[in-house]
Design a protein around this ligand. Structure first.
Ligand code: FES
Length: 207
């Protein structure tokens, strides 16, 4: 494998403190990226509940690693092949089923996953921190492409983030900005072998 360019790490490290009971949610690539956060939270003395979600159970990985650092480990699959069936929209009932209240939620995953978790925890008033992944160009705070609205402020995810209060993020604006290059993003798909299968389509992680 060849990596032509790598930049990072960008922004600020996730704040690790003793919060009490922390629910770590990982979807998509977040299944991998939430692991060091969950491990650090455990080492800091938190009770860690890990929730990973995917389209189907065959997409899960690192489950043994998660079991080692999690006090409780929960799965969601959209096809119901493991754990709860559905999406992170099922979070309220999952949280209610836990033995104790959740003091903080930390989420890594696609923008839809981050938004849905934030929407689910807002009425429950559980502080929720999301790792934002807007489109980035320079990654140094100069181009402004990664700007997001958080509360009344404009923030650059590459230098001020990536972690923000999910209840304060302007999700509609962020989702709109994420779609900016969608036509260009599908060009390689149209010109790839998948063209031979006209009914085949890319299923996004929010699909
Ligand atoms: S990527 Fe350019 S300001 Fe963040």
């Amino acid at each position: 494998m060849e990596l032509p360019t790598v930049v990072g790490p960008l922004g600020n490290a996730t704040e690790i403190e003793k919060y009490g009971t922390v629910l770590c949610v990982g979807g998509c690539y977040g299944i991998g990226s939430i692991f060091p956060i969950a491990r650090a939270l455990k080492q800091a003395g938190n009770k860690v509940i890990t929730l990973i979600e995917a389209r189907s159970s065959y997409l899960f990985y690192w489950e043994e690693r998660y079991k080692e650092i999690s006090d409780q480990f929960v799965h969601i699959t959209r096809d119901g092949t493991k754990g709860y069936k559905g999406h992170v929209d099922r979070l309220p009932e999952i949280i209610k089923s836990l033995d104790e209240p959740v003091d903080r939620v930390i989420v890594n995953g696609c923008t839809y996953c981050l938004k849905r978790v934030s929407d689910a925890t807002r009425p429950l008033e559980i502080p929720t921190w999301v790792s934002l992944n807007p489109i980035m160009i320079d990654g140094t705070g100069m181009c402004g492409v990664c700007r997001v609205s958080v509360g009344s402020e404009t923030r650059f995810a590459c230098v001020h983030g990536p972690d923000f209060d999910g209840h304060e993020v302007n999700w509609e604006e962020l989702l709109q900005r994420r779609k900016t290059y969608m036509p260009e993003e599908v060009v390689p798909l149209r010109t790839s072998k998948s063209e031979e299968h006209p009914h085949q389509h890319r299923e996004g992680c929010h699909g």
